[in-house]
Design a protein around this ligand. Structure first.
Ligand code: TTP
Ligand code: MG
Length: 362
């Protein structure tokens, strides 16, 4: 059966995430900043929504420069500091949806994943397209976010295809369309070909992917070494046999904002219980046990995030995690008076597969 690989990439992820929790941003240019912390405006734009991109503000632009662009355009751009923890939570939710729909999932970054849909779609492109639409809808329904999807015979082409119709796109490139799809594009469009490689290729007179496909592979091997040269040539031909590889998570966590800021263990512990039951399902699906339990607290006063952890004998019983978490919470609240805004639970030191036998079992 021919392989069918799906790649999804969320649209203007951090900016869209901010728009979700603040609908007033809708229709305005928004840029998300990551401060380097050394001085006032040092740092860079992590992403910008499409309206801000039209003004010329985009990822990796220095903050100072972005503010200058806004001023020159005489537009009020909303600059917000990145809240990575919030984006991570959203990302986890989305990855769960992907995970449920695929034969295998490989997370590529906070807002991207590959799925293998070969079995689920029985190798049929139309069926794969339907599944992809369903996934996009589910993501929209459950999180309010849109993503762009590429479906192709392999990871390389699927990733390129997902960028074709951003935002909210769905592009299918079947085996028979790969060659046309690659023709005329600059070599940098190939995932993994950076500026350096591109400039060496340019010196060899190679600019487009089809130039690269036509060149004798021996010339590439001479320049880039045997393995890299061969891989480069394969890429240009649209060939990529690499499997969608599940990266087993090393930890799982859930975090929730309290309905009302509180320092009362009686009000906070029930939330830990909810988080534990949520984690239990995920852990079961993962078939994993854990050794370390942590609580994550976010202070209502300064939004500081703090973590308390304890390591216990290997278990897969969330009741164990919950009782440790309650202990940690009580200790924490005694030592740190003041209201919490959010509370989280994490299990880490995960071990996948069967629970290792302990001495007691023998
Ligand atoms: P991307 O998927 O590259 O960008 P995006 O989702 O904002 O926009 P697009 O619609 O083009 O996919 O990256 C995902 C997130 O990663 C992005 O929202 C912010 C973060 N990021 C950085 O922090 N620094 C960077 O240089 C880039 C490129 C992204
Ligand atoms: Mg994205």
């Amino acid at each position: 059966m021919n392989r069918i690989i799906f790649h999804a990439d969320l649209d203007a992820f951090y900016a869209s995430a901010e728009q979700l929790r603040n609908p007033e941003l809708e229709g305005k240019p928004v840029a998300i900043l990551i401060y380097s912390g050394r001085e006032g405006d040092s740092g860079a734009v992590s992403t910008a929504n499409y309206i801000a991109r039209d003004l010329g503000i985009d990822s990796a632009m220095p903050i100072k420069k972005a503010k200058q662009v806004a001023e020159e355009a005489d537009r009020e751009v909303i600059f917000l500091e990145a809240d990575i923890d919030y984006y991570r939570q959203l990302s986890e939710k989305i990855m769960e949806i992907f995970y449920e729909h695929a034969d295998a999932m490989e997370k590529l970054s906070i807002d991207e994943a590959y799925l293998d849909l070969t079995e689920k779609s029985e190798g049929r492109w139309e069926k794969a397209r339907e599944i992809a639409s369903g996934i996009k809808e589910k993501v929209k329904e459950e999180t309010g976010l849109t993503c762009s999807v590429g479906i192709a015979p392999n990871k390389l082409i699927a990733k390129m295809a997902s960028g074709e119709e951003k935002p909210d796109g769905l592009t299918v490139i079947k085996d028979s369309q790969v060659e046309d799809f690659l023709t005329g594009r600059p070599v940098e469009d190939l995932y993994g070909v950076g500026e350096k490689t591109a400039s060496v290729l340019e010196q060899m007179g190679i600019q487009t992917i089809d130039d690269l496909a036509k060149v004798n592979v021996e010339r590439l091997k001479e320049k880039f070494g045997s393995k890299a040269g061969r891989q480069l040539h394969e890429k240009a031909l649209g060939v990529d046999d690499s499997p969608v590889e599940e990266k087993k998570p090393k930890q799982l966590s859930r975090i929730q904002t309290l309905k009302k800021d509180s320092s009362d263990p009686g009000k906070i512990a029930p939330i830990l219980k909810e988080l534990a039951s949520d984690l239990e399902k995920r852990l079961e699906k993962e078939g994993a046990s854990f050794r370390t339990v942590s609580i994550i607290t976010v202070s209502a006063k300064d939004y500081q995030m703090r973590t308390r952890s304890r390591t216990i004998p290997e278990t897969r019983d969330m009741e164990d995690a919950l009782s440790v978490a309650k202990d940690l919470l009580n200790d924490f609240l005694e030592e740190n008076p003041g209201n919490l805004r959010r509370i989280g639970l994490r299990v880490s030191n995960l071990k996948h597969g069967s629970l290792q036998k302990t001495l007691l079992d023998y």
